[in-house]
Design a protein around this ligand. Structure first.
Ligand SMILES: C[S@@+](CC[C@H](N)C(=O)[O-])C[C@H]1O[C@@H](n2cnc3c(N)ncnc32)[C@H](O)[C@@H]1O
Length: 310
């Protein structure tokens, strides 16, 4: 999976930017970027507007979010994209682009649809216990050895397999990546946004492929994206806040109210179109059903989201 996604001929280095192959919130509407900008502004204010306030977008893909923020964010903010893939050609010059996350970030570190493409091992329950699933480049599957002890412990805790034939994706690699990213934030909030796996629902696992806008068999030959939902609960630590993207966006001012006609047809069409985009972002069965995990460092997330949980 690592070679197929990030090797020299891997999908993310050779197949063009993600927007060519699948649709994320960043591609769906600028309303999403606007909401992330509002979140960042509230965190900036909670940190008392430090001179080095920074937004780091890890797994920035085509740089859509940062390109949008470059036109609206205060000049004081640093904007940094991190990706294995090269810098997108049309990215505004104020956006920095690097291959590894910076240390000591004061601000927001965002990982949107990053963890679902961090390579995972797939296991299947057999009569002899969980066995790794090996997949050849042509897609043929076979069962291999038992997982390592720490992976078995992870399965016991986060994705217990009930019946022979059930499958799971082992999340230890994602837990490690997320822990490292959280460690980069000295003050502010690390935010992971991804579709969460649910072991009781996802008994066949969630690994799948995408190419040119279509869902395809997850064949590890570099021709398609390979993605699996994220076991968000195993990432969370004490003090973190988890909520749906729908709730998060609504707390940041995104609303899908149909406009009333005020006599200006052009304005009406624009408002109608924005309401349609907001509805797509908020759809609980689509992008709104993604999960936000917020890991604060010296910031009160409830204040940032303006939320009273009582
Ligand atoms: C599914 S795309 C999401 C792109 C963008 N965040 C969005 O929401 O449209 C995932 C991106 O993460 C990048 N990526 C995956 N693992 C990475 C890592 N460890 N460090 C930097 N970038 C990574 C991939 O190259 C790819 O561009």
């Amino acid at each position: 999976m690592t070679e197929a996604l990030y090797g020299d001929d891997g999908f993310y280095l050779a197949a063009g930017t993600p927007a060519r192959h699948f649709r994320t919130a960043a591609h769906a509407s600028p309303l999403w970027g606007r909401a992330i900008g509002v979140l960042a502004a509230r965190i900036d204010s909670a940190l008392r507007e430090p001179a080095d306030f920074t937004i780091v977008d890890v797994g920035a893909g085509g740089g859509e979010l940062l390109a949008q923020l470059a036109t609206s964010a205060p000049a004081r903010w640093r904007l940094i994209g991190v990706d294995h893939a090269p810098r997108p050609a049309a990215l505004p010059s104020r956006v920095e682009w690097i291959a590894k996350p910076p240390r000591a970030v004061r601000g927001v570190l965002l990982a949107c649809e990053l963890l679902d493409v961090v390579p995972v091992d797939v296991v299947e329950l057999t009569d002899a216990g969980p066995r790794l699933v090996a997949v050849a480049r042509d897609g043929r599957e076979s069962l291999a050895g038992a997982p390592e002890p720490d992976d078995l412990a992870w399965l016991d805790q986060w994705w217990p397999l009930a019946d022979v034939g059930d499958r799971a994706e082992i999340g230890t690699s994602r837990d490690r990546v997320w822990r490292d990213l959280c460690g980069c934030v000295t003050a502010g909030v690390a935010v992971a946004i991804d579709y969460a796996s649910a072991p009781s629902r996802d008994v066949a696992g969630t690994l799948t492929g995408y190419r040119d806008g279509r869902q395809v068999l997850p064949v590890p030959d570099g021709s398609c994206d390979l993605t699996a939902h994220v076991r968000i609960d195993s990432l969370a630590t004490a003090g973190d806040v988890t909520l749906s993207q729908r709730d998060g966006l609504r707390m940041l001012g995104t609303a899908a109210r149909p406009p009333s006609y005020g006599g200006d047809p052009t304005a009406y069409v624009a408002e109608l179109s924005a309401a349609g985009e907001a509805a797509e972002l908020l759809d609980p069965n689509g992008l709104g059903g993604f999960t936000w995990l917020l890991h604060p460092q010296d910031v009160n997330v409830d204040d940032v989201l303006n939320v009273d949980w009582s």
